[in-house]
Design a protein around this ligand. Structure first.
Ligand code: SF4
Length: 247
């Protein structure tokens, strides 16, 4: 099963070219000193996933486990994100997962505006390479980047056109709560399962909007909607992923 399948992703080049471009960005991120977060990080966390994917998840920033491993969403919040994704029959290595800031804010504090401003050019370049159909924002900082002026409590589970200047030139931005918030509130967790269930519909809508993938075309099939426990992808799963922490 694959989530990839947009056949007209020519502007971003072929899979090998996308992979190489993403690796180049990841290399730059790992060496980056553009903001103060470079001084306190253990590892920068560029992001990882399938270079052919149609869906990119964007969180806030790495936490402690992510900082230690150099991979996004591998702590408890990551476990929940993987469970949410798995309810769609998808695996984490079929999407791309990254953050607004690529280095951990000390003590998991909120990222500062100047840190976000310094780092988002990397996200923009990643999105330009990936050219996703859907950007899933996780939490309010990611939401604020793609849907400024809105409130997560009011717009979670809804999609709007992503601003092209974010690098997502032809995508819908779909808002979810951050999984860490869901870990703190059973109500937010319940809502998160409801919201993720709407993602296949948003993907279908996004496909129909994209040039060359109109409603009259034959879009790639959606992944099965039946949850499959075997597809839950835990950290350490030997399924191939990109841009893992340098040894
Ligand atoms: S957070 Fe972003 S801009 Fe700041 S040092 Fe890390 S990679 Fe560079």
């Amino acid at each position: 099963m694959t989530l990839a399948g947009i056949p007209t992703n020519e502007a971003a080049g072929n899979a090998d070219a996308r992979r190489a471009a993403l690796e180049q960005i990841a290399t730059e991120v790992r060496a980056c000193t553009r903001c103060r977060l470079a001084q306190t990080r253990t590892h920068a966390v560029p992001g990882e996933g399938n270079p052919d994917t149609e869906v990119v998840f964007v969180g806030e920033g790495p936490g402690q486990t992510e900082d230690q491993q150099g991979r996004p969403f591998v702590g408890r919040a990551g476990d929940l994100l993987v469970k949410l994704i798995s309810t769609l029959g998808w695996r984490r290595n079929e999407v791309f997962i990254t953050n607004i800031v690529k280095c951990r804010p000390p003590g998991n504090r909120d990222p500062e505006p100047d840190e976000i401003a310094a780092c988002v050019p990397y996200l923009r370049r990643q999105l330009e390479v990936l050219d996703p159909a859907v950007v899933v924002t996780l939490g309010r900082f990611s939401m604020a980047h793609f849907r400024p002026g809105e409130r997560i409590t009011q717009i979670h589970g809804t999609a709007v056109t992503a601003p092209p200047e974010t690098g997502a030139r032809d995508a819908l931005a779909y808002a979810l709560y951050h999984p860490a918030a869901a870990l703190r509130s059973t109500e937010v967790e319940r809502q998160s399962y409801d919201d993720i269930a709407g993602l296949p519909r948003v993907l279908r809508e996004a496909r129909s909007r994209r040039t060359g993938v109109g409603a009259g075309a034959s879009p790639a099939p959606l992944p099965a909607t039946d949850p499959d426990p075997d597809t839950i992808d835990e950290p350490g799963d030997d399924a191939p992923t990109l841009f893992q922490a340098e040894a």
